[in-house]
Design a protein around this ligand. Structure first.
Ligand code: FAD
Ligand code: MLT
Ligand code: ZN
Length: 476
C-alpha cells in the first residue's frame, strides 16, 4: 500500500516551477502543462510491466536545481523517484504510486576530459552512447557497453552498477568510478568528484555527475559467432578462447536456439534478415577480441577458429570481415532483449550461477512450466511463447527470459519463488546485474543474509531518514 507521504498535488506545482530556470523543465497534468500521454513514457517502464501514476515530472538543468527540488520535497514530505534513461528492467526507475519523477535528462554536459589520465567528468544525464562517441574521437572508450546504450544514461548506469557486454574486459563499472557528485535527499550537495573510489547506491542520493576512468580504445577489434550442438560444447569453446586468446578476449556471450529464433524473427521484421549459418545449432556463442595489434589479434582468433572447427567443437562459425559485419554479428546478441519484448510480455531473470550449472536452470524452468501446463514443447501459441536462455558467460551471468502471451498472477506463481529457490540451491545471486527494484524486493532474502539486509536498511535510514527517495524498491 501507499506509504504516508504527502500527495503530489497542484499546490506543489507553482513553488516547484519557481525553483527551475526554464518553465519547460516541469511537466504536469496538474496544471495542464502536460497530458497523461506525455507523462506515460516516464510512468511506464521499458517492458510495460511496471507503471505508476505520477502527475509530475521535474527535469532540472543543474545540480543546484536538483538540490532545490529535493530540499522542497524533503520539507513537504514528497516521495521522489530518480529517473535516468528509464531502461531499467526491474521496475526501479518509475513510480509505484504518485511519486514525483526527477529526470536527469537535462543534466547532459560533459564537464571535462583529461587525455593523459583518461578521466572523464560528466553530468549524470549524458547518454552512454554519446559519452562513448565523445571518447572515441579522442581514442578512448567508455568502460561499459550494453544494448540500451542509445537511451540509458551514465548516472543510471552507475546507480545500477550495470554490467553489460564487456565486463569481462573492463571489470565492474564501480571499479572505474573515481568519484561522484550526489545530492542527498534533504538537498545537501555532496561533492565527491575529486576523490577516489566511492560507494554509489542509487537509493541514498541522486547522482548528478560522475568521474570515470576510461581506458584507451582498442585499435583492433574482431568478432566471431559459432553455432554449437550442446551447452558442454559452449563451455569447451569458452575454455579454449580463454587459453588461446588470453589478454585480447574482451567478451564471451552465449545464447540458445530459442533466443536465436526470436532474434532472427525480429531481424526479419526490421528488414535485416540474413542467414548467418549453414548449420544452425542448439547453442550459439559470440567471441570478441580487442587489442592493439590487428595482425596479431587476427592470427590468434583465426587459430582459435581453426582449432574449434577442426576438433569439431562447433558446428559452424562466422568471422566478421569488416565493420558492417562486426555490427551485424553483435546485433544477434544485442537485439535479444528487444526481440523478447516484441514477442510478448517478458518475465526477465538475471542470475549469477556457476558456469557449469547455468543451463540446467533454464531446463528446470522449462520443465516447471510444462508441468504447470503453460508451456508445450518449445513454446508457440500457449500462455508461454518461449523460454530464452542467454547471457554473459564470461561473467557467470545467466539471463532467462520467459516470453508470455500476457502477464498474469497465475504464471508468476508458477515461476516465482521457484526460480529464486533453484538459484539459492546453487549458491547464486538472484540479481547479477539488473538490481532488485520492485520486482525482487520481496525476494532479497534469497541472495543476502539477514545481517547484510539490516546493514543496507541502516545505511538507507542514515542518508534518507524519511524514506522519501525511491520508496517501495529494493528494501521493503
Ligand atoms: P533508469 O532505468 O532510469 O534507472 C535505473 C535505476 O537507477 C532506478 O532505480 C533509478 O531510480 C536509479 N537512477 C537512475 N539515475 C539515477 C541517478 N542519477 N541517481 C540516482 N539514482 C538513479 N543492465 C546491465 O547491467 N547489463 C546489460 O547488459 C543490460 N542491457 C540492457 C539492454 C537493454 C535493451 C535494456 C533495455 C536494459 C539493459 N540493462 C542492462 C538494464 C540497465 O540497468 C540499464 O540499461 C541502465 O544501466 C540503466 O540506466 P538508465 O539511465 O536507463 O537508468
Ligand atoms: C542483456 O544482457 O542483454 C541485458 O542484461 C538485458 C537483458 O537481460 O535482457
Ligand atoms: Zn545482461
Amino acid at each position: 500500500p501507499r506509504a504516508g507521504f504527502a500527495k503530489t498535488s497542484e499546490e506543489h506545482v507553482k513553488p516547484l516551477r519557481s525553483l527551475l530556470s526554464s518553465p519547460t523543465s516541469l511537466l504536469s497534468t496538474l496544471d495542464g502543462s502536460a497530458s497523461s500521454d506525455d507523462l506515460a513514457t516516464y510512468n511506464n517502464d521499458w517492458m510495460n510491466k511496471y507503471y505508476g501514476q505520477s502527475p509530475l515530472v521535474v527535469k532540472p538543468k543543474s545540480t543546484d536545481e536538483v538540490s532545490k527540488v529535493l530540499k522542497y520535497c524533503y520539507e513537504h514530505d514528497l516521495a521522489v523517484v530518480p529517473q535516468g534513461g528509464n531502461t531499467g528492467l526491474v521496475g526501479g526507475s518509475n513510480p509505484v504510486y504518485d511519486e514525483l519523477i526527477l529526470s536527469t535528462s537535462n543534466l547532459n554536459n560533459i564537464r571535462s576530459f583529461d587525455p593523459i589520465s583518461g578521466v572523464l567528468v560528466a553530468d549524470a544525464g549524458v547518454i552512454l552512447e554519446n559519452a562513448d562517441h565523445y571518447l572515441a574521437d579522442k581514442g578512448f572508450i567508455f568502460p561499459l557497453d550494453l544494448g540500451a546504450k542509445g537511451s540509458c544514461q551514465i548516472g543510471g548506469n552507475v546507480a545500477t552498477n550495470a554490467g553489460g557486454l564487456r565486463l569481462l574486459r573492463y571489470g565492474s563499472l564501480h571499479g572505474s568510478v573515481l568519484g561522484l557528485e550526489v545530492v542527498l535527499p534533504d538537498g545537501t550537495i555532496w561533492d565527491g568528484l575529486s576523490t577516489l573510489r566511492k560507494d554509489n547506491t542509487g537509493t541514498i542520493g541522486v547522482i548528478t555527475a560522475v568521474s570515470i576512468l576510461c581506458p584507451r580504445r582498442p585499435s583492433a577489434m574482431n568478432v566471431a559467432v559459432f553455432s554449437l550442438s550442446s551447452y558442454e560444447a559452449v563451455q569447451k569453446v569458452y575454455a579454449e578462447a580463454k587459453s588461446r586468446l588470453g589478454e585480447i578476449l574482451s567478451a564471451f556471450e552465449f545464447f540458445d536456439r530459442q533466443s536465436y529464433a526470436l532474434v532472427t524473427h525480429h531481424q526479419k521484421e526490421l528488414g535485416s534478415e540474413r542467414k548467418a549459418f549453414e548449420t544452425e545449432g542448439d547453442f550459439y556463442c559470440l567471441i570478441e577480441t580487442a587489442g592493439s595489434n590487428g595482425e596479431h589479434d587476427e592470427a590468434k582468433l583465426s587459430d582459435l577458429v581453426e582449432h574449434v572447427m577442426s576438433e569439431e567443437m562447433v558446428l559452424d562459425g562466422v568471422l566478421a570481415q569488416d565493420q558492417t559485419q562486426f555490427a551485424s554479428l553483435w546485433s544477434m546478441r544485442e537485439l535479444l532483449p528487444e526481440a523478447c519484448g516484441k514477442a510478448g510480455s517478458v518475465y526477465k531473470y538475471d542470475l549469477s550461477v556457476p558456469v557449469p550449472k547455468m543451463y540446467s536452470l533454464v531446463e528446470r524452468i522449462r520443465e516447471r512450466l510444462r508441468a504447470g501446463g503453460v508451456l508445450e514443447g518449445d513454446g508457440g501459441n500457449g500462455p508461454i511463447r518461449a523460454v530464452a536462455g542467454y547471457g554473459h558467460m564470461g561473467d557467470g551471468n545467466l539471463h532467462i527470459n520467459i516470453v508470455a502471451e500476457k502477464y498474469s498472477e497465475q504464471l508468476e506463481k508458477i515461476i516465482e519463488p521457484y526460480i529464486y529457490e533453484i538459484v539459492a540451491e546453487n549458491n547464486g545471486s538472484i540479481s547479477a546485474e539488473h538490481g532488485l527494484g520492485v520486482m525482487k524486493a520481496p525476494y532479497i532474502g534469497y541472495s543476502k543474509s539477514k545481517t547484510s539486509i539490516e546493514m543496507m536498511r541502516k545505511m538507507k535510514q542514515l542518508f534518507d531518514p524519511k524514506g522519501l527517495l525511491n520508496p517501495y524498491k529494493y528494501i521493503l
